[in-house]
Design a protein around this ligand. Structure first.
Ligand SMILES: *Cc1c(COP(=O)(O)O)cnc(C)c1O
Length: 367
């Protein structure tokens, strides 16, 4: 039995090493102490997946990787920030949290708050939250308040409520969110052995781009990487305040997670752009959908439309990528969050209503 023998020869070290969650993994880099109650669903530790089809569209020896943060416990990178925000809220004795959300923040807030034994209130723009995200908030036990107004309005209201009542705000104005989210940059450097040359990322409220830059900076400072990436941020054309240089009153895009007209972290975002010699650019909904389909069709990766903005942006700027560069595109959320966009936007052959016999099936297969 050679197979069994070779398995035994691997010795006692387990093949699968359990991931302890990002607070335990990066404890020394985070504002937690031994008395912080860690509320964790073992978030973080997400894969960096090579994207050869996208790299082939660029050529010139460029390597492209996808940081697939859709594999977090609630299906988006928001879990990285929420494990920190909720653990610190618990440490401070908070009994309830509130957030405004385009969907993913509410799903993450609900899951972590309930796990920590707290109430979770979420304000969402009525009719503009993808179905999977709403399902999550409800199932996790959030108290969902849908308002006739967009995200920017919802945020103003939750800020008022948190100022007036004893409740912790867990939007990305909460500094612990960015602390948790910066660990994604640590993971990228840990996986590649250095920072990438370009980091392509979708930008809504600009918390994530701010957090990545913080993470890359801290690792560089500590000598864990030799360089810093250019931070390439992409907004949807219908809601691109950072590209236009002004607030967008009526943001509109198929990418609901980045449908934001007045980014909370606007000043941080502009600082990151300047410090990293990066650049913001808008991508249209049709460019987003093309990248979304390409990721599914050719890379086997199902992300949500907002996430595909990073790849749409990379392809739009492909002639500027230096030869032999390493590029990481952040895929912020899981495609299963928004099934209706996938069903309405694909090039699949979908044969329906056929008779249940082999000959009919073989015929539509082309035999
Ligand atoms: C929240 C979110 C974004 C935008 O992140 P910001 O930190 O607001 O810039 C992008 N994609 C997805 C899937 C999100 O949930």
């Amino acid at each position: 039995m050679p197979l069994l023998r070779s398995l035994r020869n691997l010795g006692k070290r387990p093949i699968h090493q359990d991931w302890p969650g990002l607070i335990e993994a990066y404890r020394a880099w985070l504002p937690v102490s031994s008395s912080t109650p860690v509320i964790s669903l073992r978030e973080g530790g997400t894969p960096l997946i090579p994207a050869p089809s996208i790299a082939a569209q660029i050529g010139r020896g460029v390597r492209v990787f996808l940081k697939y943060d859709g594999l977090n416990p609630t299906g988006s990178f928001k879990d990285r920030g929420m494990t920190m925000a909720i653990s610190k809220a618990k440490e401070a004795g908070s009994e309830a949290v509130i957030c405004a959300s385009t969907g993913n923040t509410s799903a993450a807030a609900a899951a972590y708050a309930r796990r920590g034994g707290m109430r979770a209130f979420v304000l969402i723009p009525d009719g503009y939250v993808a179905q999977g995200k709403l399902a999550q908030a409800l199932l996790y036990g959030a108290e969902v308040i849908a308002i006739k107004g967009n995200f920017d309005r919802a945020l103003a209201i939750v800020q008022d409520v948190a100022n007036q009542y004893p409740i912790t705000l867990v939007n990305s104005v909460n500094p612990y969110r960015l602390q948790g989210q910066k660990t994604a940059a640590f993971e990228v450097v840990d996986a590649l052995g250095d920072a990438p040359d370009w980091l392509c990322i979708p930008v809504g409220n600009a918390g994530n781009i701010t957090a990545y830059w913080m993470g890359f900076g801290e690792y560089r400072q500590a000598g864990r990487s030799r360089k810093l990436p250019r931070m390439m941020g992409f907004q949807a054309a219908g809601s691109a305040p950072l590209v236009l240089g002004q607030t967008v009153e009526q943001p509109d895009t198929i990418a609901t997670a980045i449908r934001i007209g007045n980014p909370v972290n606007k000043d941080n975002a502009l600082r990151v752009e300047a410090e990293s010699n990066g650049g913001f650019m808008a991508v249209t909904d049709s460019e987003i959908i093309a990248a979304y389909k390409l990721l599914g069709n050719h890379e086997g990766v199902f992300c949500e439309p907002a996430s595909a903005a990073s790849v749409a942006g990379l392809l739009k700027r492909k002639d500027e990528v230096p030869s032999n560069a390493t590029v990481v595109c952040v895929l912020t959320g899981n495609g299963l969050k928004d099934p209706s966009t996938a069903i309405e936007n694909n090039d699949a052959r979908f044969h329906t209503g056929l008779d249940a016999d082999t000959a009919t099936v073989a015929k539509v297969m082309g035999f």
